[in-house]
Write a protein that binds this ligand. Sequence first.
Ligand SMILES: [Zn+2]
Ligand SMILES: [Zn+2]
Length: 245
Amino acid sequence: MIKYRNVVQRMKAAVDLHIHTALSPCAEDDMTPNNIVNMALLKGLDAIAITDHNSAENCRAVCKCAEGKDIIVVPGMEVETREEVHVLCYFPDVDAALRMQQFVYDALPPIENRADIFGQQIIMDENDRLKGHVKQLLVTAADIGIEEVFSLVRSLGGAAVPAHIDRESYSIISNLGIIPDELGIRTLEITPFCSTESLTARNINVTKYKFVRSSDAHALGSILERESFLDIGSLSIEGIIKALG
Ligand SMILES: [Zn+2]
Ligand SMILES: [Zn+2]
């Protein structure tokens, strides 16, 4: 019998790496840790990521909620940079996500959220119980440049991915016009219905990057089915970060 010792078994994981909880003011209030994890399980996903606007307050609750269940939860955040570009940041653990959160909170303008205008910014525990609200408005640009966001995330052992690059606003293409080589980007996020033609129309070299399709779900029904796949070496947070970074 031949033994293939050094062959790494790769797999295609069904993922949705861009999901907002009720912490994001624009998300539905029923985007609770349990509802998100159970919906992702119902949809048959292998891994999801929690990516609230400029905050990681609910990451620990969702990760705890997924413990012992057949799904991986990557702690993350959708940072809005000084250039108003949305960048998805993925971390190896919740502590790293919370360290990034501190940099972001320090760089947010001191504007209080108006829940009646923007919506609530709800912090929950793993049993969906209310823990409090974030007072600072989260849906605004943090005073951190895109280069610094990439280097901070990497220094915390994470991966950064420009969000919804085929959208007309808050994307690296819409706001910078190009994908700067010096950022060392390997993966780009696209929206569920993005086509190769629309990428080439935006002068994106489709052979140069890996593309990952995500829902950007703000409501439970928007979470993807098994339709977006990531080629990974191991089904773990580490395996996902390695595949993206
Ligand atoms: Zn966004
Ligand atoms: Zn988003």
